[in-house]
Write a protein that binds this ligand. Structure first.
Ligand code: GCW
Length: 669
């Protein structure tokens, strides 16, 4: 619904953690800004809902008048330089639980940690921890349009825009609470494809509403960002060009960005999609992406603003006869040679893989390929290619694999996580972004279980050392309560969901095989005969694209030993075999199976996995609230039907291409 919304994982059940109860009686704090106020409010809500206590709160300085002999919570902010960068410490000081921080965000994150831990059953003596978020930027990118639609949105309409206007209401605050509780500190509210009225978001037309959103976000430690239209100087300013080296254009941007930074103190900067899928950019003027980004960087610099520049730049009009152009190469080919050319307040935002959020892709070689450039990782929790939130697909295990991938750009500290957190090269402008999966559905994410991806992304970007299982268990307990079987079964469903999805959709890293444009459901040749041009090149003997040095040369974008690893079918990790190689259907895999038999087997297995997921969920009848129970059940049943469709379409396609039947004699169409 447009106004109705649930509390998701902030829906606190009564807690029987009685040892913690006494601490939720009084909270004192030594600083009174809007973020600390939010933290106090969060404790107030938690005390009420967990323990039916009306917590007392007051401003006072620990050094003077805090009573440490009484059980309670105290926020101490300011003198701990060691806790800068949003860190916090929770400890027991005599009888009092102390949350210390250097920034107000630290207090807020410490508070959410305390509440979460209490719900999860923590003992008061376990509170002796100093914690820092491991990524400087923990960002969400909403692809929300001003007409209220959401590009690749699967949870209803936008709660930021409607009928060409910006909306601010109770839900704005509920959203801020939700994402800040998992450590998000930056949000882009509008689609990277900036067209029509959205181009005007940077003007004074919407400033009052944006200011209100900015304030709500700020009180939860979140910076507001906007996506901009590179051609705005022409579309809004009436200039004849948007050439980044044109003095008039540069001046126009400098003047234009003032308003947002002046009116919205927590305004962070801009996200830019340029020269990509038809959007304008510096290429029109024979300028480089560095020249484009640096022009904007100069304009926002006086306000400490950032320009986040996307690397999703490729030729989407590739001809099928052209064997040299390879979409996988595009980001690296467009950006790597610009290493060192970008201003300090520019961050390049790189999608995790070289293609586009497929269920399985190798890691973008730009990670490790650029040493003198700020990089951010972009993942997608909107499940565009992973079941569109009608299928359950818990993506945290995928994100963990991405983060721990070794690039070999150095001898150590060379993983994707090291690079995007700033560890590798010591940069402070770095972090992670996710394309958001929320909308105005009551449960925020369409599929109730898709909320695990929103929760999990936040937690993982804060602390990449958490395991996927830990995150799943936290989320389940917070969302559904601490109940027998609930945690085990739901976490089993989540943990098997990504592998299951991979099994019944496109095999071994080949990707795509979806219906063009909306990207839902199987269509093996959907993109094969589409001008967009992303090809698997299946014929009756073989499938896949040779991306080694003998083929498109994509593998040469990696450092050794990755280049060699991917370079031969024998050494290539099998889940990526068809991404890197052209393989005959009779090729024998490490399991001893032929490729064709693997395709059949994995597709049947994938469906069996979904059958098991449905069974596990049905076991939970009566243990969960009716509404979410049935919402999820319906989606799982739909998933089962669709997984069979995937299985049958894929198996039938390859059966008819190869004329090789299933060894196990199952029915192929
Ligand atoms: O793959 C594409 C999506 C587009 C999206 C684009 C991008 C916002 O299908 O809908 O546009 O990625 O990331 O820019």
């Amino acid at each position: 619904g447009t106004m109705g919304f649930e509390k998701a994982w902030l829906n606190y059940y009564k807690s029987d953690n009685l040892a913690m109860r006494d601490y939720f009686t009084v909270v004192t704090y030594n600083k009174d800004d809007s973020i600390v106020k939010s933290a106090v409010l969060e404790l107030t809500t938690a005390a009420k809902e967990l323990f039916s206590i009306d917590i007392e709160s007051s401003l006072c300085d620990m050094k003077s008048d805090v009573d440490k002999t009484r059980k309670g919570i105290h926020f101490q902010i300011g003198d701990n330089k060691d806790l800068e960068n949003e860190g916090y410490r929770i400890s027991l000081a005599d009888e009092m639980l102390l949350i210390e921080a250097y920034t107000s965000n630290g207090i807020l994150y410490g508070t959410f940690d305390l509440i979460r831990s209490t719900i999860l059953g923590a003992d008061v003596h376990s509170f002796n921890r100093t914690i820092f978020p491991k990524n400087p930027l923990r960002m969400l990118n909403h692809w929300d349009n001003m007409d209220g639609s959401i590009e690749r949105g699967y949870s209803g309409n936008s709660f930021f825009f409607e009928h060409g206007e910006v909306i601010v209401n109770e839900r704005t605050k509920a959203y801020a609470r939700l994402v800040s509780s998992v450590g998000i500190n930056a949000v882009v509210i509008n689609n990277v494809n900036v067209r029509g009225t959205a181009t005007n978001l940077i003007t004074n037309r919407y400033i009052d509403k944006l200011k209100q959103i900015g304030e709500i976000f700020a009180s939860y430690g979140i910076k507001l960002y906007l996506s901009l239209n590179f051609a705005a100087p022409m579309e809004l300013g009436g200039l004849t060009s948007a050439d980044p080296l044109d003095e008039e254009v540069r001046l126009w941007w400098k003047k234009e960005v003032q308003l947002l930074f002046k009116e919205i103190p927590s305004f962070g900067g801009f996200l830019v999609k340029a020269d990509s899928e038809g959007r304008p950019g510096p290429f029109t003027y024979q300028r480089t992406h560095a020249e484009g980004a640096n022009m904007l960087a100069e304009a926002v610099k006086p306000y400490g603003g950032l320009i986040i520049w996307r690397c999703f730049v490729y030729n989407c009009k590739q001809d099928w006869r052209d064997m040299k152009t390879d979409r996988a190469r595009a980001s690296f080919d467009n950006f790597q040679s610009l290493d060192g050319d970008f201003a300090e307040n520019v961050i390049l935002q790189v999608k995790n893989g070289p293609m586009d959020f497929q269920v399985r892709e190798p890691i973008s070689p730009l990670f490790g390929g650029m040493k003198k450039t700020n990089l951010m990782l972009e993942v997608q929790i909107a499940q565009e290619y992973t079941g569109q939130q009608r299928h359950v697909c818990y993506l945290i295990p995928m994100f963990k694999e991405i983060l721990k991938f070794r690039t070999y750009c150095k001898e150590e500290n060379d993983t994707v996580f090291d690079i995007v957190s700033g560890n590798t090269y010591g940069n402070k402008n770095a972090g992670m972004a996710a394309v958001a999966n929320t909308g105005n559905d009551d449960n925020w994410t369409g599929h109730d279980l898709a909320a695990a991806n929103l929760y999990g992304y936040g937690r993982l970007s804060f602390d990449p050392d958490l395991t996927s299982e830990e995150i799943a268990k936290e989320w389940i307990t917070l969302t559904f309560g601490m109940k027998e079987h609930v945690i085990d079964y739901i976490s089993k469903i989540l943990m098997m969901s990504w592998p299951a999805y991979e099994k019944y959709t496109s095999p071994l890293g080949i990707g795509w095989m979806v219906n063009p444009s909306h990207h839902y459901g199987p269509n093996v040749d959907g993109y094969e005969y589409d001008r967009w041009g992303t090809y698997h090149k299946a014929d009756h003997t073989a499938i896949g694209v040779d991306r080694t040095k003998n083929g498109t040369g994509y593998t040469t974008q990696y450092h050794q030993p990755n280049q060699e690893l991917y370079g031969t079918p024998e050494t290539c990790p099998e889940e990526l075999l068809l991404f890197f190689h052209r393989i005959p259907y009779t090729y024998q895999l490490k399991t001893g199976k032929t490729l064709i038999q693997h395709i059949y087997d994995s597709h049947f297995e994938g469906v069996e996995d979904v059958e098991e997921m449905v069974k596990l969920w049905e076991e939970l009848k009566g243990k969960l609230e009716e509404v979410p129970y049935h919402r999820v059940l319906h989606r799982l049943q739909e998933q089962l039907e669709h997984s069979k469709e995937w299985r049958d379409v894929i198996c039938s396609y390859f059966y008819r291409k190869t004329a090789i039947g299933d060894k196990k004699g199952r029915e192929l169409y």
